[in-house]
Design a protein around this ligand. Structure first.
Ligand code: TXA
Ligand code: MG
Length: 310
């Protein structure tokens, strides 16, 4: 159900949950100072309580009071990428960030979204927490219709149209005097080279150790259909998720992600395409994984792998 920005601000201040557009994906928002609404987010999504939430702010000055010690290059990263699809995980003053938000961790995740509607709401009600606006494990929502599919037509949504980036923010984590990627996202690893002086490496969950990014443990971005990843174009058969500038002679139906020359367009279409598979009721789908290993393609490949459960 469409709500105006004024109505959304009133609902948030009143301790309710509202879906809000960002440049990456839609978020399920609660005000940081409304613990009951934050708990409600976990219930609505079916989200495990050990999976922390990102705090969304409007200004870096709103973030600094939470931080215990400002890591090297933190300010430079915020200057280069905020507002935008970068989330920074830093050690915080535990008194200031509710336990439920950070799942008991001594760190919290922050970002300033680059979307006028999200920003207006934060200006009106203060920092908000927002996970992606999908049932846990399902593809994220990139338009109001996706939110409606997951949470029903009466759920309040601020309509900001389709999200331009279409992939969640990249998450950086500071450890051993370096920044590391703990979730690939809308900013490619190479994007950080100028600011950091190095390309951050990707930290994979280690066996037997507590995960650094709890969300990476769970199956994600998954449609109901069985996703079969096909490294070679010739093996794509039946229902195929592929690219508009390729031919799939064995296909009965092709769902196009966009041209292989335009990773940004593919990113924007990705979750809508995965959701379309469910809408059409397919049981098994071939995905063309003959994809480059550079830039944003790394994120797209990772999402498709997670969607296939591998
Ligand atoms: O683009 C985005 O980041 C979107 C929009 C709505 O802003 N939000 C989003 O939130 O993707 P969510 O909850 O779906 O994913 C947040 C991820 C989870 O994998 C969670 O485990 C991780 O961030 N995270 C949050 N706080 C953390 C912390 N303190 N340490 C490590 N990982 C953290
Ligand atoms: Mg999510």
């Amino acid at each position: 159900m469409d709500v105006s920005l004024e109505e959304a601000a009133r609902l948030l201040a009143d301790g309710q949950v509202v879906a809000v557009p960002t440049e990456t994906v839609y978020g399920l928002a609660a005000a940081l100072n409304q613990p009951a609404a934050i708990n409600q987010i976990f219930n609505l999504k079916g989200r495990p309580s050990n999976n922390p939430l990102i705090i969304h702010a409007d200004d870096v000055l709103q973030v600094l009071p939470f931080i215990l010690e400002i890591p090297k290059k933190f300010i430079e990263l915020t200057q280069a990428f905020w507002p935008g699809p970068l989330t920074l995980v830093v050690p915080i003053d535990e008194e200031r960030v509710p336990q439920v938000v950070r799942a008991g961790l001594p760190t919290a995740a922050f970002r300033i979204p680059n979307h006028p509607m999200a920003r207006t709401l934060i200006q009106k009600v203060g920092p908000i927490v927002m996970p992606s606006a999908n049932i846990s494990g399902r593809p994220s929502a990139t338009c109001p219709g996706h939110v409606e599919t997951d949470f029903g037509e009466h759920f309040p949504v601020v309509d900001g149209g389709t999200c331009g980036r279409g992939l969640e923010s990249t998450i950086l984590f500071y450890r051993d005097r370096r920044w590391h990627i703990i979730r690939l996202g809308a900013l490619a690893a190479e994007a950080f080279a100028d600011v950091l002086g190095y390309v951050p490496n990707i930290l994979q969950p280690e066996r037997g150790k507590a995960p650094i990014c709890p969300g990476q443990l769970y199956r994600h971005y998954a449609p109901k259909a069985k996703i079969v990843l096909r490294p070679s174009i010739e093996d794509c058969q039946g229902v195929v998720v592929g690219f508009s500038d390729r031919q799939y002679p064995q296909a009965l139906r092709v769902l196009n992600l966009g041209p292989i020359t335009k990773p940004e367009s593919v990113a924007e279409n990705l979750y809508a395409t995965l959701r379309q598979l469910d809408h059409e009721g397919h049981h098994e789908v071939s995905v063309d994984m003959n994809i480059p290993s550079t830039g944003l393609w790394e994120t797209i490949k990772e999402r498709l792998k997670k969607a296939s459960g591998t």
